[in-house]
Write a protein of this length. Structure first.
Length: 212
């Protein structure tokens, strides 16, 4: 059993996928969890990272200001560019802290300006995946910056099913109607994606312990 922190996650989706496979997984967010609060550390993620020894840390850092889709607001020369720069600095600080505390670290974000920086400055292996590779007939390009872990292998490719759907369905996140819960719904993590993480990376961590 490995101890895993899923930082910036209140849904408990990833945390519970790892717990289902027998790991001591914890979620963390400034918000209350939607899952069992017994395994949730509510508060600043930096404090959670430093709170105990972790075998793996998964960082689901805020994406709004760094995402490529926000370039019209946060890109160079735009009024909110300074907020993007601050988000990049905070993210780099958070990743460096995580790397000091755990041998295996993952940062997950939609397509973002942060990935070339993590690759070039911190030596991350960067992988891009889609929900349709993990059983969800949708498109949402997601990046993974990896340290100490292998790239995630697809588990259930449903591309052919997805491509027959109307664009409003296969790009559900993009076409989601405005509303007070839109941000919450857009941030929901795909269960098939979480299960793949728990299966592949959780098993890797367990095998690593046996080898040691």
């Amino acid at each position: 059993m490995k101890r895993i922190l899923v930082a910036c996650e209140y849904s408990a989706t990833i945390r519970d996928a790892f717990r289902a496979r027998g790991h001591d997984a914890w979620s963390n967010d400034i918000l209350e969890t939607e899952g069992n609060p017994e395994w949730h550390i509510q508060g600043d993620c930096h404090d959670a990272i430093k709170s105990r020894h972790w075998d793996m840390i998964i960082l689901n850092v805020p994406c709004t200001k760094m995402a490529l889709c926000g370039n019209r607001h946060y890109g160079r020369g735009k009024p909110l560019h300074h907020e993007r720069l601050a988000a990049i600095d905070w993210t780099l600080e958070t990743v460096r802290l995580a790397l000091n505390e755990a041998q295996c670290v993952v940062l997950e974000n939609p397509a973002s300006v942060i990935f070339p920086i993590l690759r070039n400055d911190l030596g991350a292996h960067v992988q891009y995946v889609q929900p349709w590779q993990f059983g969800h007939p949708e498109q949402k390009k997601t990046g993974l910056a990896l340290w100490g872990l292998n790239p995630l292998a697809e588990t259930s490719n449903v591309y052919q099913q997805m491509i027959t759907l109307p664009i409003s369905q296969r790009e559900r996140i993009f076409y989601m109607s405005p509303g007070e819960h839109r941000g919450h719904l857009r941030s929901k993590f795909y269960t098939g994606f979480a299960d793949a993480m728990a299966s592949q990376w959780g098993d890797f961590l367990s095998m690593e312990r046996q080898a040691a």
